[in-house]
Design a protein around this ligand. Structure first.
Ligand code: GN1
Ligand code: MG
Length: 345
């Protein structure tokens, strides 16, 4: 019996494992599609150095799943398989695993080609927050403290400017200076969170396109990867869609001339998100729609650059200076986005 079959058996699934295929394209966990004689499952080995409290993550996913079940919605959603004696987690040979029922009839994309795809994806993330609107956000654990707290990210960045690797600080000097041109984003962020009309909601916090399932007709089916679902602000979800959908070339692209901001995709994202959330957002929040993109691009550029200066502790690197190039990419996209402000607004 291979290791995946042993894990499934430990989850109480005796049906023989026919195939296992790696599904990983995220940076954090290991993910496999497991097909048994009777069913399909998604197995994940959790990265517990990033999610140091996997139990809290599992409890959040269970609360959301239970809340959606209680609403008798017809749309599929992510359902964890209970482990025998430890909530939804299985500990085996020093590793932590979880298992989900596979959502049938869905596929995910790795990039956005059309405004319609952007609309469908954005609508799914809007629907997710809307369907959980009547859930008390305080019921959710904060699984990654300060995750999208831009003030905190900027503090850590400023610390890296003092204590980071000196050769890397020298290499990144013009990138650092160019990023500092956008420090107004931090002030705007503080004004946003201090405003009582900007509300904490059930927020996904990782709205990249591969986290949405579409059906065969290309219509939105479900959102997946609920690890970072926590109380948060709509600018995180909307902003990460701008960050990851607007450009035909993604965050790994090193040829910065391939980056672009597509206004028709911007429109698709906004219309899709507002189709679900338009009535729930406060008038003040409506005024921060464009800002959401600046917020997330700036924060991701800062996160990659901080990691570069601190020798890639968090994201790792697949080639020399990888996080430098990722940061340069996000900064360039931020500049392109900022140039088109009046048109996008
Ligand atoms: C990480 O592993 P993945 O791709 O789901 C990160 C996100 C970043 C993203 C950048 C928990 O997400 O916040 O935006 O990389 N997730 C965590 O590619 O740090
Ligand atoms: Mg993720």
């Amino acid at each position: 019996m291979n290791d995946k079959a042993i894990i499934l058996q430990a989850f109480g699934i005796g049906s023989p494992v026919l195939t296992t295929a790696s599904l990983s394209n995220g940076l954090i966990h290991g993910t496999w599609l497991i097909t048994t004689a009777e069913n399909k499952y998604v197995l994940q080995q959790l990265n517990t150095s990033i999610f140091t409290n996997p139990q809290a993550v599992a409890e959040n996913i269970r609360s959301i799943s239970d809340h959606l079940s209680s609403k008798k919605i017809t749309q599929p959603f992510l359902q964890p398989v209970a482990a025998p004696d430890n909530g939804d987690l299985l500990q085996l040979n020093g590793q932590v695993y979880r298992l989900f029922h596979f959502i049938h009839g869905g596929h995910s994309l790795n990039s956005i080609d059309t405004p319609e795809q952007a609309y469908e994806a954005a609508r799914q993330f809007g629907l997710f927050t809307r369907q959980l609107h009547d859930m008390n956000v305080d019921q959710l654990h904060i699984t990654l403290p300060l995750f999208h707290d831009l003030g905190h990210r900027c503090e850590v960045f400023r610390n890296a400017l003092r204590e980071g690797d000196s050769a890397r600080l020298a290499k990144a000097s013009s990138l650092i200076a160019a990023l500092q041109q956008h420090s107004d984003i931090e002030q705007q962020y503080h004004a946003f969170v201090a405003n009582p009309a900007c509300l904490l909601r059930v927020t996904h916090h990782d709205t990249k396109i591969s986290n949405v399932l579409l059906d065969e007709q290309g219509k939105g089916l479900a959102v997946i990867d609920l690890d970072t679902v926590m109380p948060g602000y709509f600018i995180s979800d909307l902003g990460d869609m701008f960050r990851t959908y607007l450009s035909p070339a993604g965050e790994e692209e090193r040829d910065l001339d391939k980056l672009a901001v597509r206004p028709d995709v911007y429109k698709g994202i906004v219309q899709g998100y507002l189709a679900e959330m338009g009535n729930l957002l406060t008038p003040t929040e409506h005024g921060y729609i464009y800002f959401a993109g600046r917020f997330m691009l700036y924060m991701q550029a800062i996160r990659f650059l901080t990691d570069y200066l601190l020798n890639d502790r968090y994201y790792g690197e697949k080639y020399p200076h990888h996080n430098y190039h990722r940061a340069a990419n996000q900064l360039r996209l931020l500049e392109l986005y900022t140039e088109r402000e009046s048109e996008l607004q």
